[in-house]
Design a protein around this ligand. Structure first.
Ligand SMILES: Cc1ncc(COP(=O)(O)O)c(C=O)c1O
Length: 319
């Protein structure tokens, strides 16, 4: 395999830096989902931790390395989950954490960032505007910027999920991965392509936020003017070139799904798996719903990657 920016030895070593509360998450066959989906489905559950998403794996690496170096402060832009995770990881290590987010991000995510002790700055625009502002703060204050998906720690932290999947039995055919900036997909994809190359790596994005998928298909960066999806965790407009290069090496496919399939996926995960998930975490189920023939009689893992939702919106979607 051509080399990605990621390193498997570093990913193995990362397990020692990450608080065990984020590691070795449940992986289980969920046969109650199967009659409707027409294939064997296993869930890798990344919501049962203090920040309810996989992002803690990456922020634990960032924060423990910063603390080791004696750094005091760190800033990131976030759609909501990275900010919570960085706030959690920084709090335990005495770091001053600043998070820049869109004022349109789910209130539950913003409240939690504040509660965890981070300084929260809101921008009057989307995640990509927050990225610009976070970079300005880092330059101005001379502090470490965590750029989700570009920063290798965010990818290699997420990649520890891949190590846990590779060790899993019984064998499975495909892994469905929510695709935003790409840390999760490049991380898990790198490990699978290195250690279990027969497993199909399928990225899933909403039709309303397709920039990275279109970029993967065209093999060069495609940006969009806006996004329109309830899956706020994956709604970016400006793919990062270095991340796209990695994704091109590890993803077998990238598919786009409709909003109604995302909602149906959330409802199924509630009704049949007892899981409250945010829209981004239902993308995998949505992909199966939209293409049952592709997955028929195969064993598919979907990474349930986040569970931070505004409850009023959640009830509206799932009622
Ligand atoms: C719940 C959830 N799923 C998926 C993603 C997308 O991950 P990535 O940006 O690593 O592609 C995010 C990103 O924050 C997320 O919070």
């Amino acid at each position: 395999m051509q080399e990605t920016r990621l390193d498997t030895a570093r990913i193995r070593a990362a397990r020692r830096l990450i608080d065990p509360v984020f590691l070795d998450t449940p992986l289980y066959r969920c046969d109650a989902l199967e009659p409707e989906l027409g294939c064997a489905v296993s869930i890798k559950l990344e919501t049962a931790n203090p920040v309810r998403s996989f992002k803690g794996r990456g922020t634990e690496m960032v924060a423990s390395l910063l603390a080791e170096q004696g750094s005091r402060a760190v800033v990131c832009a976030s759609a909501g989950n990275l900010g919570q995770a960085l706030a959690w990881s920084g709090r335990g290590r005495g770091l001053d954490v600043t998070v820049v987010a869109s004022r349109f991000a789910p209130a539950a995510k913003l409240d939690r960032i504040r509660t965890l002790g981070a300084r929260l700055e809101l921008v009057d625009g989307d995640f990509d505007l927050a990225r610009e502002r976070a970079a300005d703060i880092a330059r101005h204050d001379g502090i470490r910027l965590v750029e989700d998906s570009l920063d290798l720690d965010t990818c290699e932290g997420a990649a520890t999920i891949g190590l846990e999947l590779v060790d899993a039995v019984p064998p499975y055919d495909a892994v469905l991965i929510a695709l935003g900036g790409g840390a999760l997909a490049t991380g898990v994809g790198h490990v699978l392509k290195s250690l279990a190359p027969g497993v199909e790596v399928i990225c899933v994005q909403p039709l309303g936020a397709p920039a990275m998928t279109l970029s993967w298909r065209q093999r060069s960066v495609v940006t969009t003017d806006s996004t329109d999806t309830i899956a706020d965790g994956v709604a970016g407009r400006f793919p990062i070139p270095a991340v796209l290069d990695d994704l091109l090496l590890v993803a077998d496919d990238a598919v786009l799904v409709r909003e109604e399939s995302i909602v149906a996926g959330m409802r199924m995960l509630l009704d049949h798996a007892g899981l409250v998930v945010e829209p981004s975490a239902a993308l995998g189920i949505a992909a199966i719903l939209e293409d049952r023939d592709r997955f028929a009689d195969r064993h598919v893992i979907t990474i349930v990657c986040g569970g931070n939702v505004d409850m009023a919106a959640y009830h509206r979607w799932t009622r």
